[in-house]
Design a protein around this ligand. Structure first.
Ligand code: ADP
Ligand code: MG
Ligand code: ZN
Length: 555
């Protein structure tokens, strides 16, 4: 009954004739006061999921949103449609804020956007106690997870909401959450039996391609000149990159602008508006550009540099082809970028996680496997199917049947469930009794040394591929512990074929498993002590960083 009302609001206020498949279900759950976790790709239409319940229910919906610009855009768009929406954040004066708060008390506001800082403030807590809050929506909810790619400490404090406002349903929404982050969001927000809505992250209209960063400026110019009437975004690593590249493009007759956080806000807005209104075709930008930009005819996205992680990359390419028409994503990767990015991570206390994410990004870029399959497995949509359409599917990379190798690796992980660090699997396969292998007790299993016919370096490549392809996954306990996935069984028990690429060394004659290094009792004890201490250190660091307990205590 109520959903009928929701459909009317969709037509009357937003002017759309029907819901997208997932929206209706989410709205129904929200109207029934259920906690929800909504995972939809960028452009999937998440906003309507909380905006319509806000209008259908009595009282006010509070929306937590991480960026002032984003709040402003959404509120302005709602006002244009005649919805009484406002925002509260540090960009408003005291005076302006108190006017809004007064209206809030009168029940005059249906949707109130607030910054996480505001949400966590004592004054706002008392306001919330006094007004009728029908729903709390947490947009860009991945910001709450230190596993997510865009962690904001202020989001973390939002866990208090469920304790203080037990009866108010919470809707957490994000476009980018791998399974680890998804669980973490639900745990941190203390969602009670959340309904999880997950739309496929597949964006079949985007052609995905990656190339080594060789002569990239020229390649980019060619690419753009071949697409005269199309607009697109070139993401660059540095502010200087954006300016240099934009200048280079202009000097070659391309109408282009640049955008980064170091610019004057009015100039930045002008570039953004010029782009949205098709006055310039190309924006060379840092990742500061694009969040919340609703331009449907972006035809291509180029990454001039390697992105920091797959979440960010996927969100950025997702800004192309929002109208569903064909779009093109071109990624350049180089080892130089990788080095620069990992040096940035050096200073962070979350270095281990950040580097692991960066490594996954590089493996993706370098891979000869189907790009779409790699991405979907990254986001936990376990699939073995090739898309048939990306650069790697269209090209013919030389793959070989690596089923037996995969079976060996997977069965070692199965035996050492929850304990085996990723970097030690190659040693377990080659039968290399190094102190860390012995200390972990990894040399006592039956498959120890079962892959001694392949070199350790090649095993490293194999393990990376098995992770990227979704046959293994990594659970970070500040070390990278390997675990099985839903695809593992298909290899271990159903005899599915696993194709692999890039072994540098030809498979060697099986050699006997030998001790590489004679380990004396005392050096062994020493090493073992060190290893234990390292584990303890990792654990206490993990607790500090708020690692979800189910991960921490899984072994
Ligand atoms: P997200 O937050 O998931 O990135 P938005 O909520 O910003 O996506 O919506 C993306 C675009 O899709 C917007 O232009 C929005 O108006 C449009 N949209 C959302 N729902 C519908 C619908 N049911 N029918 C048509 N267009 C829709
Ligand atoms: Mg959104
Ligand atoms: Zn493919």
């Amino acid at each position: 009954m109520v959903i009928e009302q929701a459909k009317e609001i969709l037509k009357d206020i937003f002017g759309y004739s029907s819901f997208r498949p997932m929206q209706e279900k989410v709205i129904e759950a929200a109207l029934n006061k259920k906690d929800c976790l909504v995972l939809m790709p960028t452009g999937g239409g998440k906003s309507i999921c909380f905006q319509i319940p806000a209008l259908a229910l009595s009282g006010v919906t509070i929306v937590v949103s991480p960026l002032i610009a984003l709040m402003k855009d959404q509120v302005e768009a709602l006002k244009v449609n005649g919805v009484s929406a406002e925002y509260l954040n540090s960009s408003l004066s005291e005076q302006e804020q108190s006017v809004i708060i007064e209206r809030l008390h009168k029940g005059d506001i249906k949707l109130l956007y607030v910054s996480p800082e505001k949400m966590n403030s004592e004054s706002f807590y008392y306001i919330m106690l006094q007004v009728n809050v029908n729903l709390i929506a947490i947009d860009e909810a991945h910001c709450i997870s230190s596993w997510g790619h865009d962690f904001r400490p202020d989001y973390k404090k939002l866990g208090y909401l469920k304790k203080q406002f037990k009866d108010v349903p919470i809707m957490a929404l994000t476009a980018t959450a791998d399974p680890l982050t998804q669980n973490d969001i639900a745990i941190q927000l203390r969602l009670s039996k959340p309904k999880i809505f997950k739309d496929s992250f597949s964006r079949p209209n985007i052609f995905i391609e990656a190339r080594p960063a060789y002569k990239r400026k020229e390649v980019i110019l060619d690419f753009i000149q071949e697409r005269e009437d199309e607009s697109g975004i070139v993401y660059c690593l540095s502010k200087k990159n954006t300016e240099d590249l934009s200048r280079f493009l202009r000097s070659n007759g391309v109408s282009s602008g640049f955008y980064h956080a170091g610019m004057d806000p009015s100039l930045r807005n002008r570039v953004q508006n010029d782009f949205i209104n098709d006055r310039i075709k190309v924006v060379c930008a840092t990742i500061a550009f694009g969040m919340g930009i609703d331009k449907s005819n972006v035809r291509w996205v180029i990454h001039h540099n390697l992105p920091k992680n797959i979440e960010g990359y996927y969100q950025e390419i997702g800004r192309s082809g929002r109208d569903g028409m064909p779009a093109h994503a071109l990624l350049f990767y180089g080892y130089q970028d990788y080095k620069v990015l990992s040096s940035f991570n050096e200073e962070s206390e979350r270095k281990v996680i950040l580097n692991a994410r960066l490594d996954r990004m590089l493996h993706f870029a370098e891979s000869n496997h189907c790009r779409r399959k790699l991405l979907l497995n990254y986001f936990g949509e376990w699939t073995m199917d090739n898309c048939g359409e990306c650069d790697n599917c269209k090209g013919s990379p030389s793959l070989f049947d690596g089923t037996v190798l995969a079976q060996k690796a997977l069965s070692a992980v199965a035996r050492l469930r929850g304990r085996l660090p990723k970097e030690l699997l190659p040693k377990v396969m080659t039968g290399d009794r190094t102190p860390d292998v012995v200390a972990g007790g990894f040399d006592v299993i039956k498959t120890f040394g079962a892959g001694a016919d392949v070199s350790g370096d090649d095993w490293e490549r194999i393990v990376n591929q098995l992770v990227s392809l979704g046959y293994l996954k990594v659970e970070y306990q500040l070390g990278s512990i390997l675990a099985l996935t839903p695809l593992s069984d298909k290899v271990l028990f159903e005899g599915k074929t696993v194709m692999l690429h890039r072994l540098n060394e030809k498979i060697k004659r099986a050699k006997k498993v030998t001790r590489k290094k004679q380990i004396t009792a005392s050096s062994f004890d020493q090493e073992k002590g060190l290893f234990e201490r390292l584990r303890q250190l990792r654990r206490s660091m993990a607790v500090e960083q708020g690692v979800p307990p189910y991960i921490l205590f899984s072994d």
